[in-house]
Ligand binder design. Structure first.
Ligand SMILES: NC(=O)C1=CN([C@@H]2O[C@H](COP(=O)(O)OP(=O)(O)OC[C@H]3O[C@@H](n4cnc5c(N)ncnc54)[C@H](O)[C@@H]3O)[C@@H](O)[C@H]2O)C=CC1
Ligand SMILES: CC(=O)C(=O)O
Ligand SMILES: [Mg+2]
Length: 607
């Protein structure tokens, strides 16, 4: 670190460890830069024009690169490499160890990691995302081995612009957290870094955003988690969380600095304790959105649109109880209100279909406490002093068709609650959406058993299929991972000025329409996660079209494309790890990361 005037500038060499000695200039000759989502079209093939070697002969190439003898003799196919990775993974006894192995693989051989993920998305997503990422964040200070992303501290204010210059890549999208509400696990301070890292890995895997165009960003604005503050291994500052006013000051500087460094950058807010003020402040100024409010709202709306058809009850006759009135609860409820209004209800009629419960009970005007700003819209004025002391009594009063869980309270939908829903409804809609699995309001098999197989179900974290009444039933996963990758890619490709409510709504419509025939026949609420790249193209197209309708797109050339042409264009701009990586490049990459004890995550980008 060097001091420049009174501002600290972190030099690149602070991050890089041992210089690469073993191979002369391989980065340039082996893997020139590729930017599928920017305009460069160079490829990752070894140059065929050098004339110095025969690039179709791997052994010749190894000699040319002076890596000959540094790897086992065989040049392996991807299939063989993948087989080894999967075997190694199977040897790891716990999900957290599997998470660590995959983190290491990503750092040492990024294309192999994404190829493995592409071929095993259903099996591997729970290991890099919810639920395992929850445990990884809780123990981040214990399991940390290498930097991934940027950390910016309260003490860095005034210097954010300079510090951001240290990031060595051209960024198109960032996921930003302050760690103050990580999944349903509370304030984890900078241990929350696992979330931006995991979300951005999904951006790459699901929507083909190039890995080096992503920036995981964690703000070290203090933490109210006393145990972490007192833990000698904790890597953040040991102060309490800054005030809301101080956070605003910091975010103002950060948003300007990010957009100045990378004009058009898409900024996703994630897992902030109270993200409503920042969303209101920045949504019409920058290209940003809040995943927990808007992404979750869209994904649950999409599932609900399909659930309505299965339930057989017209939209106007649905009533919902929401357990949880935070960013996700209110975000989802507002998104559903928009749908009810589009289906013909007045806004007031729609709003009154929602009964929102927080830790103090049903949110009402006469409850006697001061309600947070974001709850006022749903606060009821018609309960005439009645307070419902329990969820079961509220269910008896409201007779809801929908029960949503966004409360962070694992097991809150216990047997009696689910059975009450089943008595009132032929097909109760029960969505326990809190993450990770331990915080889910109920499990899939509980919802099925206690409703005699009639529940229409989606959960935030994945649950296994469950056999009931001679049929194998598969749960839906109502997780924002179905939409945020497409929203982000659409904003990048259309060069959106802002991300509007219509664009978010369009992502929900596109997702709900993305089911194939079989999925529809089986009454699925969401498409099979194994089709996620295909689904992300549909979501991306929907969001781009909405941006065009609203004049939010700066990339006007896409306006003249038919839908088929637009899909082709979107696919052509998606990073495809199979197209990107040549086997030998992979081998060299892995070698260079392995030799010399380099454990620096940034190396993956340089190779
Ligand atoms: N499925 C998905 O895609 C997503 C799921 N989530 C999950 O939703 C949960 C909530 O997230 P946020 O709304 O952002 O958190 P938050 O902290 O803003 O809100 C939590 C809400 O639950 C309420 N609550 C707490 N204890 C309660 C109790 N005993 N009874 C009733 N209400 C209670 C709180 O009063 C608060 O209103 C988290 O577990 C998160 O992982 C969040 C975003 C997306
Ligand atoms: C999925 C997600 O964004 C959350 O649980 O916060
Ligand atoms: Mg979140």
């Amino acid at each position: 670190m060097v001091a420049s005037g009174d501002s600290y500038i972190y030099t690149r060499s602070d991050y890089q460890s041992t210089p690469i000695k073993q191979a002369p200039a391989p980065a340039a000759s082996v893997v020139p830069d590729v930017h599928p989502v920017s305009n460069s079209t160079s490829t990752r093939q070894l140059s065929t024009t050098s004339g110095d070697y025969d690039n179709s002969n791997p052994h010749e190439v190894r000699k040319y690169l002076r890596t000959y003898g540094l790897t086992p003799p065989v040049v392996e196919s991807f299939e063989v490499q993948a087989q080894r990775c999967l075997r190694l993974l199977a040897m790891k006894p716990t999900p957290l160890e599997k998470f660590q192995y995959l983190t290491h693989l990503k750092a040492s051989n990024v294309h192999l990691f994404y190829r493995l993920l592409a071929g095993n998305v259903k099996e591997l997503t729970p290991l890099i995302y919810t639920p395992t990422v929850g445990e990884a964040c809780q123990r981040w200070h214990e399991i940390y081995t290498q930097p991934e992303g940027m950390y910016l501290s309260w003490d860095d204010r005034g210097n954010l612009h300079n510090i951001i210059q240290n990031w060595p890549h051209n960024v198109e999208i960032t996921v930003l957290t302050d760690g103050s509400r990580i999944l349903g696990l509370g304030d984890l301070g900078i241990n929350g870094m696992g979330i931006p890292v995991g979300k951005l890995a999904l951006y790459t895997a699901c929507a083909g955003i190039r890995p080096d165009a992503t920036l995981p960003l964690t703000l070290d604005l203090g933490t109210n988690n006393k145990a972490l503050r007192e833990d000698p291994l904790y890597m953040g500052s040991r102060r309490e969380k800054v005030t809301a006013e101080e956070e605003k000051e910091f975010l103002d500087e950060l948003m300007a600095a990010l957009t100045d460094k990378w004009p058009g950058i898409v900024i996703q807010f994630e897992d902030f304790k109270n993200p409503f003020p920042a969303l209101e402040r920045y949504r019409n100024k920058y290209t940003c959105f809040n995943d927990d409010i808007q992404g979750t709202g869209a994904v649950i709306l999409a599932g609900f649109m399909n659930a309505v058809k299965t339930s057989g009850i017209p939209v106007k006759d649905h009533r919902a109880i929401f357990l949880g009135a935070g960013s996700a609860g209110v975000g989802v409820a507002k998104q559903l209100v928009d749908f009810f209004v589009k289906e013909g209800l007045s806004e007031d009629e729609a709003r009154r279909r929602f009964y929102i419960v927080d830790s103090n009970g049903l949110v009402t005007n006469d409850r006697g406490d001061k309600l947070a700003e974001h709850k006022l819209y749903f606060s009821r004025d018609d309960n005439q002093g009645r307070q419902y002391q329990s969820l079961s009594r509220l269910i008896e009063f409201v007779k809801p068709t929908i029960l949503m869980g966004l409360s962070t309270i694992g097991g809150a939908f216990y047997r009696d609650i689910i059975e009450r829903m089943a008595r009132i409804n032929a097909r109760p809609i029960i969505f326990p959406l809190s993450n990770p699995s331990s915080k889910s309001e109920c499990t899939f098999d509980e919802a099925i058993r206690y409703t005699d197989g009639r529940a229409i179900f989606a959960s935030g974290s994945p649950f296994p299929s469950f056999e009931y009444g001679g049929k194998l039933l598969t749960p839906g996963q109502g997780n924002n991972m179905y939409v945020f990758p497409g929203i982000g890619l659409a904003a990048i490709l259309s060069r959106a000025k802002h991300i509007t409510s219509e664009m978010i709504y369009a992502s929900a419509e596109a997702l709900s329409n993305s089911l194939n025939e079989q999925e529809r026949r089986d009454d699925w609420l969401y498409p099979d996660i194994r089709r996620i790249r295909e689904v992300s193209v549909i979501v991306t197209r929907g969001v781009i079209r909405a941006a065009q309708r609203e004049n939010m797109d700066r990339e006007h050339s896409l306006r003249n494309l038919t839908d088929d042409q637009l899909d082709t264009y979107i696919k052509s701009r998606m990073y495809d790890p199979f197209r990107e990586a040549d086997l030998l490049g992979d081998e060299v990459r892995q070698l260079l990361n392995g030799v010399g004890g380099m454990t620096n995550g940034f190396q993956k980008h340089h190779l």
